[in-house]
Design a binder for this molecule. Sequence first.
Ligand code: FMN
Length: 216
Amino acid sequence: MTHDALSTRAFRWMLALLLLPCGLATAAAQDRTTPPKASEPPTVRVLITYYSRTGNTEQLARGVARGVGRVPHAVATVQRVEEVTKESLQSADAIALGCPTYFGNIPGKMKIVIDDWNWKWKVNFTDKVGGAFTTGAGQVGGKEFTVISLLMFMINNRMVVAGPLYQDAEGEDIWAEAGAAAMTGPLDPGISAAELDAAARLGERLAKLAAKMRSE
Ligand SMILES: Cc1cc2nc3c(=O)[nH]c(=O)nc-3n(C[C@H](O)[C@H](O)[C@H](O)COP(=O)(O)O)c2cc1C
């Protein structure tokens, strides 16, 4: 091989090595811009967060998560209210809030924590789907008032709220509740199957609504 032929070959190799990263970069850029397949619906994130000292409300929170699990592409995260971060709130499409009923309303500790989500953390709650659940020892005891207080927090924070949905024997929607609740006092201790079912219906409703809003 002549000296000229050798140097032409060497030049070609150097050129190929120089251009290789450009080719890789172009391929990577094309990868990034490839739109997601139309057949893949987005994941719907449901954050279930609760305050609980003796475990009753925590059990109801797990029931809400089971209902979320019935909805395809919905993912539930269950967190104590004290562990919630700005990131977990901000990334949620739907939020279920739960706490025990104390003196006919939400516990003071719950109020202090959730007030900070807006006041200190400046979370943007606009158009997130929200729902509420509570436990209380009494037959009445103020549980509905607690649910309404939690929903009022959400409405004031620009969320869209909903409760568990019920169907008749034909599968027609016939009514909805304001939230899910369980009686835990001596007259009816523990969480019954019907109360867990209400919690699951709440989770299912929130996940379905959030999925509808994501698909718009
Ligand atoms: C300070 C305090 C106040 C309470 N006030 C009420 C009340 O007004 N109405 C009611 O039904 N239960 C009341 N309870 C009972 C709790 O709501 C009930 O035991 C609840 O299930 C506890 O939830 P947890 O196990 O998640 O902490 C009260 C409990 C405490 C400790």
